[in-house]
Structures are given as structure tokens and as C-alpha cells.
Write a protein that binds this ligand. Structure first.
Ligand code: DGJ
Length: 724
């Protein structure tokens, strides 16, 4: 019989667990639409075979292997992959947790040294369930927080060594959901450099499917997200169980279907190459996992994530503010620039209404290509004649803000820093570490390295009126070794590195709270909720081609609010794919993000240059709506290979912006209509430029015919305003 039931409610969902068999097991009972009943522990099958061990010890193993566990251990009869493994002083690895007590309180505590969602006492309730493994002296606190305003449950785990001997954690995941009797399709995000977060959807079957990273960052290739959806789930219908990870390092997310057709979904730090030495009395905090359930399809899941991240994760001055329209010189000049060139770009840009100049890679040390100088954070005064302060003042005089690029985590072999501190690079003694983009990664686990890097960045920021920083990171970690950690702590490097990164960014935003920080990693390799805690926007991809961006931004916006997606209009032929798209279309696509330019505005055609003021006016007109509104996916170019369409509808449903991009035209497609979503059925809306208003119901059910879009790569915006 169940001894205790825990029921967590959000506005539309319930999550139920039960303690059974004298506290020995914390079972997962239910997660889904909101229920009235709370004691539904009959679902745990403790009255039928396989009985709980206290009733039928003879078949303990089959019980362990089929019981839906809240936080499964390892090695005692559950043959599915568990959440926690611990190497004890005796050389054993098993963990078996029993629930011993619990605590419920208002609010949500911060996670020590880690980013996490937040909410006040009126907004959140937290449940902590204390578990223990008395055999090895391990205390495990499972934390669950519910939010009053979003259908989200966050989970994290704190481990404590209550024994008198050292323990080594070799696996600590953040969450698990065991579900019976479900058939699902799985949605994940995959890609490559310049092709991040494309959506993949497949039916699940027996066995395990794992998505993970060992790159020290989530990477371009995979994303710490998985959604299990009932067959045929659409944007509006079907059930969705989604998990996402608030972490910027190695992760794993896995679904497993076992012999009983039960599904286990787990997420957390990748246990490969992970171990953490826990001295007696010491604790370890896992990062946070976010759980979202929707029974209104994928669209509702998306809007839940957007609201959660906009209101309970992103911080700082720019969180709710329109961002300045920037122009970045990377694709304009690459490394070949000087003060005069930048000022010429800024002058022209200012006349067109652009509000900030961002000086990208190449302004420091002997950085004339990507082969040198990372670590030598001193202004190259041959390029920047008159110094940085002079350049910034000139740009400010034009009425523009100034922003700057850094790659603080890296070191070039050809740098003064490496020549004086070769041991500051991450490396394994006796092996030459692999280069990537001709650079090594700094060993941020060392305090003196962190302090050096921080001071370099801060000194530059203190030296001039710099209002924006692009924090880049252009290679994954490899050859994991630190000159300063003992042998039994080398397995901690990956996680310590991420903690160090968080510490650095925390120091930065504390000292320079007015900064607009944009994270970046060779495009979008570190686009994750962890980084969003420090920067309200992240560079989405190095691919700025308007067509490629449709898929990249669709996958990104599946989870992330448009306000966080770094998106720029760049020059054509596009530098990554060589495609030529209309300037107008590039603007429409960048509008579904932070919006800016990445081209030499002095060199593009006059016709294109003349379009910029209108594009900027468009940005100013629509950005409040785009940043704050509800996002609806109407058609997907990834799926239909012809056109893309999405809408942003204001929360009060008084206005909506629909973006339609026709990638390929086809003859005689007169029947194509946009079936709008998210409007108020009973209000009338006028499509800007039209004469007659129609009910939201009509525009959603009967649609808007697509007209006047002729040719490939063409786009059109439809702006709807409620008139009654
Ligand atoms: C990678 C970034 O994604 C680019 O935008 C640019 O900043 C380069 N690094 C500079 O090296």
C-alpha cells in the first residue's frame, strides 16, 4: 500500500508520486492532464504480481525491473538505465534509494553555482523528497518546483555523502519519467556547424535511443532536449512530454522501451568521462531539468517554454527591452579592418538608422587570421589607430552604441600567453592535444586562469564606453586533463569547466550590469538554457542564409523565445551556401529574432542600402510583438520543402504578425491559404492593407489566400489588428 502520495499541480497538469512498501520505494504514478483525484497509487500495481518485495520477496528482481521509479538507482535488479551510480570505498557501484522524509515550501531556491529557473514565493512551490541509501551512506534530495503561471515542473537533485568514507559519483542524472503502456514518437534536434537544431521525428521502439554530447558544450550536433509525443501529434492536438536541460556542457537525454512496454525518459549530465569525488559531509548539486507536458500538441509546449524562459530564466536589463539594431563587421571584413574602415561602416550605418556597431574578431594582439593571438587581449593599435577609446568615442559621436567580441576561453599556440603559460591549456600529459581552428582550450578549472581571463576582459570593458559583448567559443573540448587536479579528480574537469564558465559570466554581468551580452559558439553550438541565464540572446548560427535559417530558426524556436535568437541580414551570395535571396526576404527572416546586419553597408548595392531604413522601421514596429507574443507554427519548410509560415500573436490577441516565406514557387498553386492560428474567434481583424475586417474564426478556419508572391525565396508579412 502507498504510505504517502505527492501530487504536484500546475495550471493544467498533475504529477503524482507515491511512497510504497514502508518507504522503500518512491514510485512515479502519473504525469499528464490535471486530475481531481490525488490518491491514484493503485496504478503502481502493488496488489498484483509482481508484488512489492515486502509482500513477495521471492520476486524482488522482477519488481525492481518493472516498478516505475522516480529516481532509479543502479545494480539491484532494475535492468533499465538508472539515474545514479556511485563507486564506494569497497569498490561496489550499486545504489538503491528509499524515501525517508519530505519538505514543502513556497518559492524556489537558487542552485549553488548553477543557472536555474527562478520564481518568487507567490509564483512557485517546491517539494523536496529526502532519500537515502543506508548501505553506502548516501543522502539524495529530489527537488521539484511547480509554477503558478506555466505548465512546468523543474527537477534537480542534491547528493550528500553521509558516510565516513570517500565516495565517487559516476552518474548523476537530473530527472527521470517512467511511463507505462505508451506508444510514442520522439522529437529531437540535430545538426552540424551552420545547420543547427533541425527537427527529427521518429517512432520509438524497443531498446534505447540516446542523444548526448562529450564536447564540453551541447554542440552543433545535438541538443539537450527530447519530446515524446503520442502518434500523430500536431501543433494543436496530441500529448507531449518534453524534457530540456539547463546546462551548457556534456549532457545525455535518453528514452528506453523495455520488455513490459514501459518507457523511461532520462536527462542529465553525460556520465561518460564524468566522476566526482565526494568527501564525507560534502555535497554535489545536479543541474536543473525542465519538464513540460501538453495535451494540446507541440504548439502549446513551445509557448510554455517561451513563457518559462522569458519570465523565469532570462535576467538583466535587456530581458524585456527592444535590443539596439546592430551591425557586426564579421562577414563585412573578417580580419581585414582598421579604425577607418569601421568608422566608414558606422557612418553609413548611422545614417540608415542602425544603432550599434559591433567589432568582431581580430582587434587584439597579432590576430590577423584565426591562427594566432587568442589569450593576448591587448588592443592592436596598428589596426585601431588612436586606440579603442578613440574608436568608441567616434562611434558614439555618430549616435551609435559600441559592442565588442571576445573569445575568453581559448588560447592560440601562437600567442604570448601560451609562450609564457603552456600548462594553462587543457591537455593530457604525454599527449599532444588536438587543435581545432588552430587553438586550445584554457583550463578554466584553475582559479589563476579564470582570474587572468576575467581581468583581461574587464580591463578592456572598463577602458571605453562598451555596451555590448559577444562572448564566443570556437572549438569543443578534447584531451581532457588539468595540470592542477589529482588523478582521482580528472573526471571532474568537464563539469568544473562549465561551473567556471558560469562563474566568469556571473562576474561579468555583476560588474557590468548594463551590458547586452550575446553568447555564441561557432554560431549556435552553445545555444542552451544555461547560457540564457547570463545572456538574453545567443547567436543562433553562422549560417545567415535566409533559407537555411528557416529550418534552424524553426528548430530553435521550438523551445526558445524569438527574443533570444540572434539573427542578422547578411550579404549575398551567402558566405556559407552561396545562395542569392532577396534583401527583403533576408529582413523578414531576421525579424523572427534579435534583428541586425552583418555586411559591409558601404559596399552593398544602393538599391539594397535604400531598403535598410524601411527594414529598421519594420523592426521597430513589430519587435514588441515579436519579443512578447505567442508563437504559432503554421507551415514548415522543413516538412513541405516549399514554404514556411509562422505567426506571433500578442497575449491580448489584439494584433498578430504572420511571416510567409515561399522558398520555391510552383505553377498553379492558387489554392494555398494561410490558416491563421491563435486569434480570438469572436473579434474582427483587419489585415493591414485590406479594406474589410473578418472574424478571427474566419481567418483561422477559412484562411487567407496567398497572393502576389511570385518567384523563389520571396516573402510577405501580414499584419493583423483587431478592430472590434
Ligand atoms: C564564430 C562566430 O559565430 C562568428 O560570428 C564570428 O564571431 C567568428 N567566430 C569570429 O571568429
Amino acid at each position: 500500500m502507498a504510505k504517502k502520495i505527492f501530487k504536484l499541480d500546475t495550471p493544467n497538469t498533475s504529477y503524482i508520486m507515491a511512497v510504497v512498501d514502508d518507504g522503500s520505494f518512491l514510485g512515479h504514478v502519473y504525469y499528464g492532464s490535471k486530475l481531481e483525484d490525488y490518491d491514484i497509487a493503485y496504478l503502481l500495481r502493488t496488489q498484483e504480481a509482481p508484488f512489492v518485495p515486502s509482500v513477495n520477496g521471492r520476486d524482488r528482481c522482477s519488481f525492481m525491473d518493472s516498478f516505475p521509479v522516480e529516481y532509479p538507482g543502479h545494480g539491484v535488479g532494475d535492468y533499465r538505465d538508472g539515474c545514479i551510480e556511485v563507486l564506494s570505498a569497497t569498490g561496489h557501484r550499486a545504489v538503491n534509494l528509499s524515501a525517508v522524509s519530505h519538505r514543502i515550501y513556497e518559492g524556489k531556491p537558487e542552485l549553488a553555482s548553477l543557472p536555474a529557473t527562478f520564481g518568487g514565493k507567490e509564483e512557485c512551490t517546491t517539494l523536496e523528497v529526502e532519500c537515502e541509501d543506508a548501505a553506502i551512506g548516501l543522502n539524495v534530495t529530489l527537488s521539484y518546483t511547480t509554477f503558478e503561471d506555466v505548465d512546468v515542473i523543474t527537477r534537480s537533485v542534491h547528493i550528500m555523502n553521509a558516510s565516513s568514507k570517500e565516495l565517487y559519483l559516476t552518474k548523476v542524472l537530473s530527472a527521470c519519467i517512467d511511463m507505462d503502456n505508451r506508444e510514442f514518437e520522439r522529437i529531437t534536434l540535430h545538426g552540424s556547424w551552420a545547420r543547427e537544431r533541425n527537427i527529427q521525428r521518429e517512432k520509438i521502439g524497443y531498446g534505447k535511443y540516446k542523444v548526448s554530447s562529450l564536447r564540453g558544450e551541447p554542440g552543433h550536433q545535438n541538443h539537450p532536449f527530447m519530446a515524446l509525443v503520442t502518434e500523430g501529434t500536431t501543433q494543436e492536438t496530441g500529448e507531449v512530454y518534453a524534457v530540456h536541460f539547463v546546462y551548457s556542457g556534456n549532457f545525455m537525454v535518453q528514452e528506453e522501451v523495455n520488455q513490459f512496454d514501459s518507457v523511461r525518459l532520462t536527462i542529465g549530465i553525460n556520465p561518460d568521462d564524468f566522476s566526482w569525488k565526494l568527501a564525507p559531509g560534502k555535497g554535489f548539486q545536479s543541474p536543473e531539468a525542465v519538464l513540460v507536458y501538453s495535451d494540446n500538441g507541440i504548439g502549446a509546449m513551445t509557448r510554455t517554454f517561451h513563457d518559462l524562459y522569458r519570465n523565469h530564466l532570462i535576467r538583466g536589463e535587456y530581458r524585456d527591452k527592444k535590443r539596439p539594431v546592430l551591425i557586426n563587421n564579421w562577414e563585412a571584413t573578417y580580419f581585414d579592418f582598421d579604425t577607418d574602415k569601421l568608422i566608414a561602416i558606422a557612418k553609413q550605418a548611422a545614417e540608415l538608422g542602425i544603432e550599434m556597431l559591433v567589432m568582431d574578431d581580430g582587434w587584439f594582439g597579432s590576430r590577423d587570421s584565426d591562427n594566432s593571438a587568442l589569450g593576448d587581449w591587448k588592443v592592436n593599435e596598428e589596426k585601431l589607430k588612436g586606440g579603442l577609446d578613440f574608436l568608441v568615442k567616434e562611434v558614439n559621436r555618430l549616435g551609435m552604441k559600441f559592442g565588442i567580441w571576445f573569445e575568453p576561453e581559448m588560447i592560440s599556440p601562437d600567442s604570448d600567453l601560451y609562450r609564457s603559460h603552456p600548462d594553462w591549456a587543457i591537455a593530457i600529459p604525454g599527449r599532444e592535444p588536438a587543435l581545432a581552428r588552430n587553438q586550445y582550450v584554457l583550463d578554466l578549472t584553475r582559479k589563476e586562469v579564470r582570474d587572468y581571463v576575467y581581468e583581461c576582459v574587464a580591463k578592456i570593458l572598463r577602458s571605453a564606453n562598451i555596451e555590448y559583448v559577444k562572448w564566443d567559443m570556437n572549438r569543443p573540448l578534447s584531451d581532457i586533463g588539468s595540470a592542477c587536479l589529482p588523478a582521482d579528480r580528472q573526471g571532474e574537469i568537464y563539469h568544473r569547466y562549465v561551473l567556471a564558465l558560469y562563474e566568469l559570466q556571473n562576474r561579468l554581468i555583476k560588474e557590468f550590469p548594463y551590458l547586452l551580452l550575446e553568447n555564441c559558439s561557432g554560431g549556435g553550438a552553445r545555444f542552451d538554457p544555461g547560457m540564457l541565464y547570463y545572456s538574453p540572446q545567443i547567436w543562433c548560427s553562422d549560417d545567415t542564409d535566409a533559407v537555411e535559417r528557416l529550418s534552424i530558426q524553426e528548430g530553435t524556436a521550438l523551445i526558445y523565445p524569438l527574443s533570444s535568437i540572434g539573427a542578422h541580414v547578411s550579404d549575398c551570395p551567402n558566405h556559407t551556401v552561396g545562395r542569392v535571396t532577396p534583401f527583403e526576404t533576408r529582413g523578414y527572416v531576421a525579424l523572427a529574432g534579435t534583428f541586425g546586419y552583418e555586411l559591409d553597408v558601404t559596399k552593398i548595392s544602393e538599391e539594397e542600402r535604400n531598403m535598410i531604413p524601411d527594414q529598421i522601421a519594420m523592426y521597430h514596429k513589430y519587435n514588441d510583438l515579436v519579443r512578447r507574443g505567442d508563437y504559432y507554427r503554421i507551415a514548415s519548410y522543413q516538412e513541405n520543402h516549399l514554404y514556411d509560415c509562422y505567426a506571433v500573436v500578442s497575449k491580448d490577441k489584439t494584433e498578430a504578425l504572420i511571416t510567409y516565406i515561399q522558398v520555391l514557387n510552383r505553377p498553379n498553386v492558387h489554392s494555398r491559404r494561410i490558416y491563421v492560428k491563435g486569434l480570438d474567434s469572436n473579434r474582427k481583424y483587419l489585415v493591414e492593407g485590406g479594406e474589410k475586417a473578418y472574424y478571427g474564426n474566419t481567418l483561422m478556419k477559412a484562411g487567407i489566400p496567398v497572393e502576389d508572391v511570385w518567384g523563389d525565396f520571396k516573402g510577405k508579412l501580414y499584419y493583423l489588428r483587431a478592430v472590434e
